[in-house]
Design a protein around this ligand. Structure first.
Ligand code: C5P
Length: 224
């Protein structure tokens, strides 16, 4: 039997990877599949939560019972998160957000000219997780739980700690990446760092099982 320990909780999750337009047909993107975020949405529903999923360019359909809102770019994802977070008890930033976007998207398709190509000027995107963590919203802002993700290739715990402190979230789920791990696969493994100093290792398992372990850690921290 499933624990219905998220009953009545409003959960907001971002998933997938943002696309930053270069021109009408091209973008800067990343390899995030959206699978871990969708697994979090499906398992939260199974545990009784009301789930809103802000979905960036995910190539499959949403879990039953989830309110899916599609977005494309980091700025759209940010607007959707800021709009929805005011009714959220728990916010999870599982999306891979582009750090940079082209300063302007060309109105027409960029063509070859035979000359040296024009460089694409980039500007930094806002750090959505940092913003959501540092300025909490929701029905009860001091009780809202914010969860971030991080992909690290080395010194997972050490780098994760610094990132947790910088972003200001309650939990940081750190995936070791490289060597074919995490991205695009159906399984995952993670170290979850908490602001109280604890580190929880989640063994290599299907992304649904990893999601359930993450919810266990969130539930422990929910106000009564
Ligand atoms: O800084 P880094 O990209 O490693 O942090 C990853 C975490 O921050 C993820 O939870 C991701 O969703 C979030 N993020 C964000 N806005 C950005 C970049 C990352 O919310 N511009």
């Amino acid at each position: 039997t499933l624990p219905l320990d998220l009953t009545g909780r409003n959960v907001l999750i971002s998933a997938g990877g943002t696309r930053e337009a270069i021109d009408p047909v091209r973008f800067i993107g990343n390899h995030s599949s959206g699978r871990q975020g969708y697994a979090l949405a499906a398992t939260a529903v199974a545990r009784g939560a009301n789930v809103t999923l802000i979905s960036a360019n995910v190539g499959f359909s949403g879990p039953a019972g989830v309110d899916v809102r599609p977005v494309t770019s980091a700025l759209e994802l940010r607007a959707a998160m800021l709009h929805e977070r005011d009714k959220a008890d728990i916010v999870v930033m599982a999306a891979a957000v582009a750090d940079f976007r082209p300063d302007t998207a060309a109105v027409n398709k960029i063509k070859k000219t035979g000359d040296t190509p024009t460089p694409i000027a980039l500007v930094e995107n806002p750090d959505i997780l940092l913003e959501l963590s540092r300025h909490r919203g929701g029905v009860s802002p001091q009780n809202q739980i914010v969860v971030g993700f991080a992909a690290e290739t080395d010194n997972v715990v050490e780098n994760g700690r610094a990132k947790l402190a910088r972003k200001g979230c309650d939990l940081l789920v750190v995936n070791q990446v490289g060597q074919g791990r995490a991205f695009g696969t159906t399984e995952n493994q993670a170290s979850v760092l908490a602001v109280d100093g604890t580190v929880t290792e989640i063994e290599h398992a299907p992304k649904e099982d990893v999601a359930d372990r993450i919810w266990d850690l969130v539930v422990e921290r929910l106000p009564a």
